[in-house]
Design a protein around this ligand. Structure first.
Ligand SMILES: Nc1ncnc2c1ncn2[C@@H]1O[C@H](COP(=O)(O)OP(=O)(O)OP(=O)(O)O)[C@@H](O)[C@H]1O
Length: 275
């Protein structure tokens, strides 16, 4: 019998780039009194395609700044961001049509009706069949009753649904959500969460969401990134974090991390090793 030569195994390289890859991502702001604030401090993470990842951390931890850099709204002081395999610094415009975001901090023009606002954005995104798409989203997100009312006169819950409709206009492969259920009543918040779950299942989209609601995170997220003072101090699946901290709820883990002294929390690198 002749001996067959087995070719050496090639190292496994993922066929598809992750939805998000951030390396050494840093943002420093200069304050009016001449100081430097490091809002995001050399963080690195990847978000696999089709996953829902939670970005958690107390007030001022750096979540919104991180999301703004991922979107290309803020220029990083250092580091790189790749979205869907595309380098944001060099080819942002190639990938922007494939992503979108919603944030309670970004209000739609108040005087325009909901329909006008959605139509303007649909044109900005270069959509064809704009009327049909606006109608479709109005039905999906239950906006029909106030489609022709000025956006400024809507309740917080209605505004959130409109903001989500705006974010879904282009059927994004990557959806970045900054506190998607902030200031919503439990019923509306639950409705939004169910909608997001179904959207992910139906489209296979990737979602990164910043949230202060730990029940929401436990329900929606496959994985979380815990931020503190601009750094990622822990990460993993909610169940892995519960086991690591010996806790029953993510709220307790959050409090452990928020209240721990600096030398008692894991750093992002240590947390990686613990995965
Ligand atoms: N334009 C800016 N100029 C100066 N400092 C800023 C600016 N934007 C954010 N910061 C600071 O950067 C840090 C991170 O802010 P960021 O808004 O990213 O936090 P966050 O985690 O989103 O907080 P929250 O949960 O309160 O929304 C804070 O200390 C904040 O004061």
């Amino acid at each position: 019998m002749t001996e067959r030569t087995i070719p050496p195994q090639q190292p496994a390289t993922p066929a598809v780039a992750p939805a998000i890859r951030a390396e050494g991502l840093t943002k420093r702001f200069a304050t009016p009194d001449g100081r430097d604030v490091t809002a995001v401090d050399a963080i690195g993470f990847t978000v696999p395609r089709g996953s829902v990842t939670g970005l958690l951390g107390g007030n001022g931890a750096g979540k919104t700044t991180t999301i703004s850099m991922l979107l290309g709204l803020l220029l990083p002081t250092a580091g790189t961001v790749e979205i869907l395999g595309v380098d944001m610094a060099r080819h942002r415009h190639a990938v922007l049509p494939r992503m979108n975001f919603s944030s309670p901090y970004v209000e739609l023009p108040h005087r325009l009706t909901v329909r006008e606002n959605l139509t303007v954005y649909a044109h900005l995104y270069g959509l064809t069949c704009v009327k049909k798409r606006v109608q479709e989203l109005a039905e999906h997100l239950d906006l029909s009753r106030f489609l022709d009312r000025p956006s400024g006169g809507l309740s917080a819950g209605q505004k959130t649904r409109v903001a989500l409709a705006k974010a879904l206009l282009n059927d994004p492969e990557l959806l970045l959500l900054d506190e998607p259920t902030a200031s919503l009543d439990p019923d509306t918040a639950d409705w939004i969460r169910t909608y997001l779950e179904r959207y992910r299942l139906r489209t296979g989209a990737t979602i990164l969401l910043a949230s202060h609601n730990m029940l929401e995170v436990e329900r929606l997220c496959d994985s979380v990134l815990m931020m503190r003072q601009g750094r990622i101090v822990d990460r993993g699946a909610p169940s892995a974090l519960l086991a690591r901290y010996g806790r029953q709820t993510l709220e307790e883990v959050f409090l452990d991390i928020a209240r721990a002294s600096d030398d008692r929390i894991l750093t992002g690198e240590t947390a990686d090793a613990a995965e």
